[in-house]
Design a protein around this ligand. Sequence first.
Ligand code: AMP
Length: 399
Amino acid sequence: MNILVINCGSSSLKFQLINAESEKLIAKGLCERIGIEGSMLTYTPDGGAKEETVTPMANHTDAIRLVLDALTNEKTGVVKSLDEISAVGHRIVHGGEKFAASTVINEEVMAAITECNDLAPLHNPANLIGINACKELMPNTPMVAVFDTAFHQTMPEKAYMYGLPYEYYDKYKIRRYGFHGTSHSYVSKRAAEVLGKKYEDLKIIVCHLGNGASVSAVQNGKCVDTSMGLTPLEGLIMGTRSGDIDPAIIEFIAHKENKSIDEVMAVLNKKSGVLGLSDNLSSDFRDLETGYREGNPRAINTMETFSYRVAKYIGAYTAAMNGVDVICFTAGVGENSAFVRTMICSQYLGYLGIKLDEEANAKRGEEIAISTPDSSTTVMVIPTNEELAIARETYRLTK
Ligand code: AMP
């Protein structure tokens, strides 16, 4: 059974075709600049050459039509017809309090996702467009919605409530939701499997450190806290997002710089984080690492501040769970940067009895423990695979 996984943004669409039984990737790709001049499809059949085609895509339906054409193309396609695609799994950013699990998409589900649009005005409408485009082209193929927020719905009230007037929760459902849930769930489960331990017996902290970054606390197989909030802006310092700040700063910048609320929010989302902190050196940790090694003071300060914030969240979640058994690093930075992992573990995690195994920490692309066997808390690198997790959920609900 082949599952098409779709991750639809406002002007982009990422896809993967995965065989559900073998869990093998069959093909993957990306549509960029949808609805903008210079639209491009990148398509890579597994084991084959990457093809880049600049071709007009007026909307997401055009983009999905091109993806389906590429997948069924006589020469470089991977399936003979669309009948060989049994189901489609859609990544949906915000499920609010309505969705604590993945679900088969029907009209009622579409309406409930639409009701969450206010909570993710940039993402959910794009996700819905992706669903509608697929429905148009594959009307009889079952579809599943997999939510970024669902895994975190087990958080207790004390973790998800803000210290705000209760009426805002009542009226608008303002609370902490958390994101990257598919990744936190996948990585924490894999960690238990790799260690040969029962998921339900462990206290796990997952550090998903990518361009977007979040930490979660998973106790006995359930998420009990996570660092992102109502939106993905809360928590860690990210590529371009500020993470936690004093909310009064928004008013302060607005007055001083004569900016509207929307403009200040754009600064917090797009011009802050390690990009802003490094005085626009880069949002990419590879550049910052190079800058650090070269002795650039802004790069050094940025890396220190980033790592310190991660370490503080690990400390907070150790307290929240009254201990921690496993700490996992994942996503672009977490998986690839031995440097960042060392900065966090060596400087701040000695109190957890953690000693890094330098040789293991230097490896890339493996599911591996990077702490020494005598460490009292295990530190691991677990490469995330959100697409595979979405394919699994889709398979489970449609097979
Ligand atoms: P993600 O959002 O998970 O795709 O992560 C993307 C980020 O990972 C990029 O912005 C880079 O900062 C970071 N990254 C990727 N490769 C490396 C590497 N080898 N060393 C450090 N950071 C990396």
